[in-house]
Design a protein around this ligand. Sequence first.
Ligand code: DSN
Length: 478
Amino acid sequence: MSRNAESTAFRSALEVVRGVEPRVADAIAAELADQRESLKLIASENYASPATLLAMGNWFSDKYAEGTVGRRFYAGCQNVDTVEALAAEHARELFGASHAYVQPHSGIDANLVAFWAVLADRVESPALRKAQARQVNDLTEADWFALRRELGNQRMLGMSLDAGGHLTHGFRPNISGKMFDQRSYGTDPATGLIDYDRVAEAAREFKPLILVAGYSAYPRKVNFRIMREIADSVGATFMVDMAHFAGLVAGKVFTGDFDPVPHAHIVTTTTHKSLRGPRGGMVLCGPELADQVDRGCPMVLGGPLPHVMAAKAVALAEARRPDFADYAQRIVDNAQALADGLLRRGATLVTGGTDNHLVLIDVSGYGLTGRQAEQALLDSGIVTNRNSVPQDPNGAWYTSGIRIGTPALTTRGLGATEMDATAELIHTVLSQTTPGTGPDGAPSKAKYVLDPAVAESVGKQAADLLTPFPLYPAVDLG
Ligand code: DSN
């Protein structure tokens, strides 16, 4: 697409929206302006390509298409079939998977599909077999009771949230922590690293049906070969949620023992993080689980989002191009440059560095909670999110950490020099912010004090850092 075409496309779309509800058009334009001006360091965010974004704004949004390619519960799905098949083909080729299911609307949905597929495949439930053989009317009340009992209380072992796991890996407030009998493995308190011997021990003791690997806030690689051996040793199904690092797998930065696809029975991901696609999810698996995974809709999911599947096909096609491998490598190079810059200035990093796309700063070293640090950085034009650190004394709301990631800034083109400058800005804000007090004068975990002149100066330097790297340079909304 020519640069001119991109600009015309977005401008025209906004003009049409403005004709109906100008406040929505204004908010869309304001979002672009905000994203252009801020140093976006949220590890799970990125900037999708114009082609990916434009593939979503169309009449595919109007179509119901429950079922799978060629087997729909609705008529007239031939064009949805085309884009769903294309997205799945690109995903299979990109990741070397034998089966790809591209319907999940989000990462949580992808994980629910995977959980269901494993339960349906592994749990011995005669009632479920009858139900799946379309003999639902033959099931008695006692069968249904047995089905619920047999599928419930199955065991899952996943990484704990405060060690960097995801809430869908068995965290109590999430459905995964309620529907499964759940245990967590953490990280070594001394190193912050996964201790595979401890994981093996936990697996031997607990004998999970599903062993889950994957993370949202663990700044290191995971050895999926070892994790698979642990799963095999206790007869568990090995599931990897690669949502955060799918782009690094796609770009062949994570290969061999660190590529989950050859090692896991089932792999889930989102498509919008380091993979740089539209907001959505996806499941990859071998032939053994394919039929169960394909029951995701209507078993677990509502109707698929064909406009998003179209955008997934576009983004996955982009990720198959050679330049994506270069992008993926630069994500990691940038994260390491950022980590080095922070360490040189005295910051404490969980695990002492990174070998993926994210860095976790333990801001208790600055005397702050994660919430105070997050807000002080935001005041200074630096967008991050607070995150628990292992054994966090401040819990999941206030936290003691700030998670930062490089997929978005790398898409903009920033490199090692700018990462060092970013480390300087972050360190300046954190070292000049102090904890505040509540109305009664008591120490507060939320309030903080930062000289507005410092915030303004850092904000200006952050904006200057971004000036040579315009976001969506071809898009001029006028
Ligand atoms: N919310 C995502 C993240 O920020 O890591 C994970 O679901």
